[in-house]
Design a protein around this ligand. Structure first.
Ligand code: C5P
Length: 406
């Protein structure tokens, strides 16, 4: 699964746009994740960013013209085209898109685009009028029809002074699309709702009760499910995560809001998700009422009455009895170090909430970290430890386990 797919050969083609500097960030994201990246730069691209930069980031020689020694030795563009498991052109100018659509091969990059059998990802960047020009749109359509994956540009302030569509998509967006294109789509056709992050329970207009959840585990689950082809709806409390555009993100604040949002997803039989993963750290209690005005410092002590929030996972578990759908996954967090205690709590939650799987973890392994150590306990009595590793890897283990449950 994931381990293997992250060690793939990617050719990164860079063309002459002011956004070329973002290609360095994209290359860094790929290299850090274990991809082997080789760059090809057009002459124009080298006016914006040097081949030295790209060589330093990738640790690989950069192809820039047909007259290099490697070409003469017969290990040039055709070998690169065969070596590539994906070709990514980012940024792609209007000119390079037009040439790719027409089948030109007058630069090493265009020759690789023509010769490779690997999937191609194109991330356009240009002035808004050039982008919306019928000819550019026609060229993009030709590429799409040919199976090329287009990462649509963002809207916003453009370097040329115009405002509109044409900004190169964020490097993280292109990175996640490349991962998606390279992955087995074993979650294709599945709808998955994931909750993540903390909830905030208002005391007054400026204060709230919350917890230290960062939302990273649920965000990682959302990204990996998207990578593997799922249709993902992420319902999240206040978090600081950037997610691929294809993921439907819905922000909520309180547990009651999260409750309403999740229940709405299961309200209609026709649009019912196949899987719900409750990774959110939902506050168990909320102040019985939130003050309308800021609470003043008048008394020596202050009593605040708390009332229980709805237990979303439990409610979904009840619903499941007659529906047998969706598949339910929850989390159990414990403090301390006692593994037997954690496993006991995890098993108890599996039963009490009528879930299909509970992911047990310790707060000190999980909260606000990029790694986690978990135990997966499922309805078939399976119990699997996932030793401390990156949250994206843990997410894939959880998704693998979900697949075994149907
Ligand atoms: O009962 P406890 O909070 O320990 O259970 C944790 C699991 O239940 C998590 O999956 C969490 O997202 C979910 N939960 C919920 N609604 C709550 C509290 C927790 O769905 N009010």
């Amino acid at each position: 699964m994931s381990e293997k797919t992250e060690k793939r050969n990617v050719v990164l083609g860079i063309t002459g746009s002011i956004a070329a500097y973002k290609a360095a960030e994209l290359a860094r994201l790929l290299v850090t994740r274990g991809f082997d990246v080789r760059c090809i730069m057009t002459e124009c691209a080298q006016q914006f960013i040097t081949s030295t930069t790209m060589q330093a980031v990738t640790g690989r020689a950069v192809a820039t013209n047909f007259w290099e020694e490697s070409e003469a030795a017969g290990i040039g563009h055709i070998q690169l085209a065969d070596w590539a498991e994906a070709l990514v052109v980012a940024p792609a100018t209007a000119d390079s898109i037009a040439k790719m659509a027409a089948g030109f091969a007058d630069s090493p990059l265009l020759a690789v685009a023509l010769a490779t059998r690997a999937p191609i990802v194109v991330a356009p960047a240009m002035n808004v009028n050039m982008l919306t020009h019928p000819k550019t749109q026609e060229n993009l359509e030709i590429l799409r029809a040919r199976g090329v994956h287009i990462v649509d540009p963002d809207e916003g302030a453009l370097a040329c002074g115009w405002n509109g569509a044409g900004r190169l998509a964020e490097p993280t967006e292109i990175f996640e699309r490349v991962r998606n294109v390279l992955s087995a789509q074993d979650f294709a056709g599945r709808r998955i709702v994931i909750t993540t992050g903390p909830t905030r329970e208002a005391l007054d207009p400026v204060r709230f009760i919350s917890n230290r959840s960062s939302g990273k585990m649920g965000a990682a689950l959302a990204r990996e499910a998207y990578r593997r082809g799922a249709q993902v709806h992420l319902i999240h409390g206040p978090i600081h995560e950037q997610l691929p555009r294809a993921i439907k993100c819905q922000e909520v604040v309180s547990a009651e809001e999260m409750h309403r949002a999740v229940m709405a997803t299961v309200a209609s039989k026709s649009s019912m998700p196949d899987i719900v993963v409750m990774a959110a750290a939902v506050a168990d209690y909320r102040p019985s009422e939130a003050a309308q005005e800021k609470i003043k410092k008048t008394e020596k002590s202050l009593n605040i009455k708390l009332v229980q929030n709805p237990d979303i996972l439990h409610e979904l578990g009840q619903l499941k009895r007659d529906e047998r759908k969706p598949l339910l996954v929850g989390f159990a967090v414990e403090t301390g170090e006692e593994i037997e205690n954690l496993l006991g709590q995890t098993r108890a939650k599996l039963k009490h909430k009528n879930a299909d799987m509970i992911v047990g973890n310790f707060a000190h392994d999980a909260f606000d970290l990029d790694t986690n150590r978990v135990w997966l306990v499922d309805r078939n009595g399976r119990q699997q430890e996932v030793a401390t590793t990156d949250k994206w890897r843990v997410a894939n283990k959880i998704l693998d386990a979900i697949l075994t449950l149907g």
